[in-house]
Design a protein. Structure first.
Lengths: 561, 136
């Protein structure tokens, strides 16, 4: 059933279009068009106007349909925001576990509905604060975690049996998750009721975010252990958040973000099936994480295309039968890379537009960046404005009153189709290379992203793309915002705290536990139970990660540019 | 007369920070400008950076940091170069670096700090004006 039933209308449209173009030629002859070429932020060329002729092959029921129905173009739930708003989940982490705990309480009190944790660089890379490589980094871009004691302090007083927690952690995701489970069990909470997400997506680390520890193959093995364990033991947990966010931040186009993210999802699915898991047992716990960038319609189309593509991949390629396996549920973060240090208050507006695109695209949860995030970790005031931005969109703007408000727009539907087609072409290319792991070994996605990033930067430098306050409307200014500073004393305090934990623990027990982790790593046993035992015995994050590094070796950045 | 060689620059990522979009774009811009470029890749310690810079005989090190540890890491590189009597190598930096820190870094021997939004051509020109290639 095509969008428009009457074929005669296409003749009329063609006639009308021709007439309009002739008029237009006259107008532009007198005064030329504003640009010689109009394109999205990803440099995709955009036509002057879209009509039913641009979507004439589209079948409403098959390609668009209803929310909650295959292929989910309009949303994964039948009710979407008529039922409840998206989860407002602000990414937070700074300084010590106690500092971040305080920020969590502030955000929950301000109406945030889910927790999201940012860790510092040493934690993200599997080092303790006292490691030589960690010097100068403690608590700088997130919270420092060395032991279970830190995780306990981080979540103190927060109702983790009710509120879901997202943790942006990758190479040591299994260890931090083990600490979270151990913390809950020490509080008397059953692991089966725990809800949340670990990012745990190593493929995009090699492609874009670049926090890595072990080589790709063993990294994926650890992930599959968490998928298997989660399926059985922590059924409400999202074991992977397959992330396009960092791919986009590293400079990809919207279509590349779409293609590489879904190709990562395909790789994780294939590996889990190889292990003997049934696709419908684990796929419903896969979640996704996308960027919402500057180009409003391109982003909305991207989210809609992503849902439709994943549904097709799951149903047709992997033969999943459970509807929940077909759902692409996603978190969104507005584009950090789009913010400017110049005239930083403008960032509030950028973030609002990007958040609006995420909502119009049907996101399940959202983080809005703070205006000062381009300068440092957000202050409390800046983080509150960012949260209020979401609340204004939800409560005041009216855009959450109906589902998929842009569905049926000739432009948005045409763009959705086009992005899907182009992204599937890239996925085909990756399949031809032997899948994402081989593509990464060949540096294919890395090089593609580097090319796009350089192209975009050159466009800015040549004023082909405008950044307000940077290459147009720039002023001489003092940056007027207050910047949060992390106390340099934190590092020594954190080292003292961890030393106290080490002094009080049973070192014999720690050694035994670490040996069992090592055995699980070199053998076939799932690593999660030995990990939980090790962190309960107060093994540190680095002690466990050193076992990984010893068994699997370390990955080094190939350093391509 | 011996011929002057081209400017040889090292783009380096000190510390654990993984944000390499800027560093890689700068490396490419330097290459396009005709410089010889050595890119260290990620996760280098100050010791590794200084050792590589001396071994590669570079004229300049460009350090990139976006995760807040610039004060310790940039100054450690400057200090180590001094210790190794290699402080004729120009050090500059870039990334997310607050204004107050820029002053401190410059006082301590970092020659220039580039913040977000600086056009690539400005950075290339700065190198052309401030870094003299050594004779081979």
């Amino acid at each position: 059933m095509p969008l428009t039933f009457d074929n005669k209308i296409f003749d009329d449209i063609e006639k009308g279009n021709k007439q309009w173009q002739e008029e237009l030629d006259k107008v532009f002859e007198a005064r030329p068009e504003r640009l010689t070429r109009f394109s999205t932020v990803s440099d995709k060329e955009i036509n002057r106007l879209y009509t039913p002729a641009d979507v004439r092959d589209q079948d409403f029921m098959e390609d668009i349909g209803f929310p909650g129905d295959y292929p989910f173009t309009r949303g994964v739930q039948p009710s979407m925001y008529r039922g409840r708003f998206w989860t407002m989940r602000m990414f937070a982490g700074l300084g010590s576990a106690r500092d971040t705990n305080k920020r969590f309480h502030v955000l929950v009190k301000a109406g945030q509905t889910g927790l999201s944790t940012a860790f510092d660089m040493p934690t993200l890379m599997g080092y303790d604060t006292d490691a030589h490589k960690a010097k100068g980094e403690c608590g700088k871009c997130g919270v420092a975690i060395d032991t279970l004691k830190d995780i306990e302090d981080l979540f103190e007083g927060l109702p983790i049996e009710r509120i879901t927690t997202s943790m942006t952690i990758n190479p040591p995701a299994s260890v931090i998750w083990a600490m979270y489970i151990a913390m809950a069990e020490n509080r008397g909470i059953d692991r089966k009721v725990l809800g949340g997400t670990i990012q745990n997506d190593m493929l995009k680390e090699f492609i874009a975010q670049k926090t890595f520890m072990c080589p790709p193959v063993p990294s994926v093995r650890i992930i599959e252990d968490t998928v298997e364990f989660g399926t059985r033991e922590v059924p409400r947990w999202n074991t992977i958040s397959i992330s396009g966010y960092h791919i986009r931040e590293a400079g990809s186009t919207a279509v590349q973000e779409l293609a590489f993210t879904l190709a990562d999802g395909i790789a994780y699915t294939e590996k889990a099936i190889e292990r003997g898991l049934d696709v419908d047992d684990f796929a419903p716990r896969f979640s996704f994480f996308f960027n919402s960038h500057l180009d409003f319609f391109e982003e909305v189309a991207k989210f809609r295309a992503a849902r439709r593509m994943w549904a097709k991949i799951m149903k047709k390629r992997f033969k999943a039968k459970d509807q929940r396996s077909w759902w692409l549920r996603f978190h969104t973060q507005t584009a950090g890379c789009s913010l400017t240090a110049q005239q930083p208050y403008n960032n509030v507006v950028r973030t609002a537009l990007q958040a609006l695109a995420a909502v119009m695209g049907g996101t399940q949860s959202l983080h809005t960046n703070s205006l000062d995030e381009v300068l440092a970790i957000p202050t409390e005031e800046a983080a509150t404005i960012a949260l209020r931005t979401q609340q204004i969109i939800a409560e005041e703007s009216g855009v959450a009153n109906m589902i998929d408000p842009l569905g049926g727009s000739y432009f948005v539907e045409a763009l959705t189709n086009q992005m899907e087609e182009e992204a599937f072409d890239i996925i085909q290319k990756i399949d031809d290379m032997g899948g994402m792991l081989s593509a990464i070994e060949k540096n294919f996605p890395q090089q593609e992203i580097a090319d796009s990033a350089y192209h975009y930067q050159r466009q800015i430098d040549d004023n082909e793309k405008i950044v307000v306050g940077v290459n147009k409307y720039a002023v001489d200014e003092e940056i007027p915002v207050e910047v949060l500073e992390i106390d340099e004393k934190l590092e020594s305090l954190q080292i003292e705290k961890t030393n106290r934990v080490k002094a009080e623990r049973d070192n014999q027990r720690v050694a035994e536990c670490l040996e069992m982790v090592g055995e699980a790593c070199s053998g076939k046993q799932n690593i999660m139970e030995p990990l939980i035992a090790a962190v309960k015995a107060n093994a540190t994050l680095q002690e466990v990660c050193d076992v990984y590094r010893k068994v699997y070796g370390q990955y080094r950045d190939p350093g391509i540019y | 007369m011996r011929q002057k060689r081209r400017v040889r620059v090292m783009v380096a990522k000190p510390g654990l920070d993984g944000h390499d979009r800027g560093a890689r774009i700068i490396a490419r811009a330097y290459r396009d400008a005709g410089f010889e470029v050595v890119y260290t890749g990620l996760h280098q310690t100050p010791e590794e950076i200084v050792a590589a810079a001396i071994q590669e005989d570079v004229d300049m090190i460009g350090l990139s940091s976006l995760a807040g540890a610039h004060k310790y890491l940039f100054l450690a590189v400057v200090e180590l170069l001094r210790e190794k009597a290699a402080d004729d190598i120009v050090v500059c930096g870039g990334g997310i670096i607050p204004d107050d820190d820029i002053e401190k870094l410059k006082e301590s021997g970092v020659k220039e700090v580039f913040t977000p939004g600086t056009p690539l051509d400005d950075i290339v020109k700065w190198v052309q004006n401030n870094v003299t290639p050594r004779q081979d």
